[in-house]
Design a binder for this molecule. Structure first.
Ligand SMILES: [Zn+2]
Length: 56
């Protein structure tokens, strides 16, 4: 598998309410950790909450 130039990394999407890491995704980290917030369903609150990227 050929390596691409763009630096991608697997990150967690962490719920901003309960801090549980509910989703994994991969993002480009070439210019640092992207400041992305996503509304995702969290099973702890049983509602959509803001999820933030958390690198390992
Ligand atoms: Zn939550």
């Amino acid at each position: 598998m050929a390596k691409k130039k763009s630096k991608r990394e697997y990150v967690w999407l962490e719920c901003s309410k309960c801090k549980s890491r509910n989703y994994r995704t991969n993002v480009s980290v070439a210019e640092g950790t992207p400041k992305i917030t996503l509304k995702k369903f969290c099973k702890n609150e049983r509602e959509h909450t803001v999820h933030k990227i958390r690198r390992k």
